[in-house]
Design a protein around this ligand. Structure first.
Ligand code: GDP
Length: 527
């Protein structure tokens, strides 16, 4: 009974957006409206330090800070809402994709002046592949922005799903008067610059057709009314099932910095976003309300103190109840994990956690026992699927000044590889490790950490190869044959899965033609 009740009131989501669309601002306002923080500005402060410089100390600081702030929990209307931060900007990496596998819904924030931008598109693709339900917030209506009809069209095209406006803007920029709530048929009047949650003070207008209102809001209201009449016939009715299947997105307009439209988003998360659902393991489907605990590691982050070299594994609870001190097993290695020091994440504080349920994220400090995609259970044989590893888009090798440090280099690279900070490939022939990444900043972080945590001065050098594909075959003999015939192009990843390396895409096509029994994958799931 408790588990069912607790699972039902969980909402776990992430915000996807392009840099500067307003993710940080909206995050802060959501925390403010739910009462998790009381003063605007605290989330912003951390962001300011993130932007200040990309110098090494900053990266250190940023890593430390982002451990604490990468999961935020808030309570609102009897729901426990977990908001997972998706690293953006230059530090964009595979982590971002993996975080999206740990959520049950996504909130897409769009800058009304810019529409759907490149990074939003990349993240959207991941959500679409998983049919994650998406709620859309169009931000910055207090600025001179694009026509709402035009924006809706663009979003519909980019998402490839039906867009259902729940609110509609009345004007924009200096003449932004508010939004018309299409479901409740009333207008909420915009008021600039409220710095705390004062939704009660919002003026509501129910009858738009009085002469006083018409005069007050003038041409923008007239235009909004025409547009509303237009979309009324042209857009689909909201359908909860279609939303949950990732086929429809409800759309809201507002201005995060002015606290306008934020409450509707929070209410929609509670009312429409799904509680945790069943998750697929190789063995079976796992229901969130099963009494036994299970969870999956979707992110690993080095701890704040590099000298200790301990790491925090971020675990999404998939079923059951977590109790501090309980004994958990890693399904891959059958090793036990101590959970007496497990942490939860609330706003900027990290605190020890007593209990948690499916949908929640817990942080388990460990010294390398836990790897990405590991499944934790009370002893059951389970391996969750679906955690993606992407074929790197950039390759480098490392050179070291002092050959006596090569052991440390290897250790460092192996551990950083397990953490997912970088992908490390061991060639079939030779001993020079190959590093692969999705974003270049990953290499900078790796050289920095090799120096500070492992005492290795390493230099990143260009690599011969530019592409990799994981190779599999139904018949293991075929795979052996392929590997034997291509030894100079084969390398093994952190879990010893073989990959085929190439300098040009054409080489992969040729290999595909010549070896029909071999499959070439851009993405690898679970270990
Ligand atoms: P992020 O990069 O997506 O996290 O974006 P931020 O939340 O940091 O916002 C980027 C910039 O847009 C900041 O200068 C914000 O103050 C500003 N901003 C955010 N929301 C609004 C809004 O509703 N209206 C206006 N005019 N500016 C906003």
């Amino acid at each position: 009974m408790t588990i069912e009740h607790e699972v039902k009131r969980r909402r776990t989501f992430a915000i996807i957006s392009h840099p500067d669309a307003g993710k940080t601002t909206l995050t802060e306002k959501l925390l403010l409206f739910s009462g998790a923080i009381h003063i605007a500005g605290s989330v912003k402060a951390r962001k300011a330090s993130r932007h200040a410089t990309s110098d090494w100390m900053e990266i250190e600081k940023q890593r430390g800070i982002s451990v604490a702030s990468s999961v935020m929990q808030m309570e609102y209307r009897d729901c426990v809402i977990n908001l997972l931060d998706t690293p953006g900007h230059q530090d964009f990496s595979e982590d971002t994709y993996r975080v999206l596998t740990a959520v049950d819904a996504a909130l897409m924030v769009i800058d009304a002046a810019n529409g759907v931008e490149s990074q939003t598109l990349r993240l959207l693709q991941v959500c679409r592949a998983r049919n994650t339900p998406i709620i859309t917030f169009i931000n910055k209506l207090d600025r001179e922005v694009r026509e709402p009809l035009d924006l809706i069209d663009e979003i519909e095209g980019a998402l490839g799903m039906d867009v259902v406006p729940f609110t509609w803007p009345v004007g924009s920029g200096k003449r932004f008067h508010g939004v018309y709530d299409l479901r409740h048929q009333l207008m909420r009047v915009f008021q600039a610059g409220l710095d705390h949650a004062e939704q009660e003070s919002t003026t509501i207008v129910r009858d738009l057709n009085t002469s006083e209102i018409k005069q007050r809001f003038g041409a923008p209201l007239e235009q909004a009314q025409q547009e509303i009449a237009l979309i009324d016939g042209a857009t689909a009715e909201f359908d909860q099932a279609a939303f949950l299947a990732g086929q429809q997105t409800p759309v809201f307009f507002g201005s995060a910095i002015n606290n306008f439209g934020v409450q509707e988003v929070l209410d929609t998360l509670v009312d429409l976003a799904p509680p945790p659902g069943a998750r697929s393991a190789i063995q079976r489907e796992v229901s969130p309300t099963e009494s036994k605990f299970s969870g999956v590691v979707f992110k690993i982050q080095a701890n704040m103190n590099p000298a200790h070299r301990d790491r925090i594994a971020f675990v999404r609870i998939c079923s059951g109840e977590f109790k501090r001190g309980m004994n958990l097993k890693v399904a891959r290695s059958s090793k036990s994990v101590r959970t007496s020091t497990v942490v939860s994440f609330l706003s900027q504080r990290r605190e020890l956690l007593e209990t948690a349920y499916a949908g929640d994220i817990i942080g388990i400090p460990n010294h390398g026992t836990l790897q990405l995609a590991d499944t934790l259970t009370e002893g059951d044989e389970l391996q969750f699927t679906g955690l993606p590893f992407f074929a790197p888009e950039i390759f480098r090798t490392v050179e070291i000044a002092d050959p006596l440090r090569s052991k440390q280099l290897k250790l460092g690279l192996t551990q950083l590889g397990e953490e997912g900070a970088i992908q490390v490939f061991r060639p079939h022939l030779g001993s020079i490790l190959l590093l692969g990444a999705v974003g270049v900043l990953q290499f900078e972080v790796v050289t920095h950490r090799l120096k500070h945590e492992y005492g290795v001065e390493a230099r990143i050098a260009p690599a011969k190869y530019q592409l990799a594909r994981w190779v599999t075959a139904e018949n293991p003999r075929e795979l052996q044959r392929f590997i034997a015939a291509n030894t100079h192009r084969i390398a093994y990843d952190a879990v010893d899965a073989p990959t085929f390396l190439a300098s040009f895409a054409a080489e992969i096509s040729v290999a595909e033609e010549n070896w029909p029994a071999i499959r070439f994958h851009k993405m690898r799931e679970h270990s």
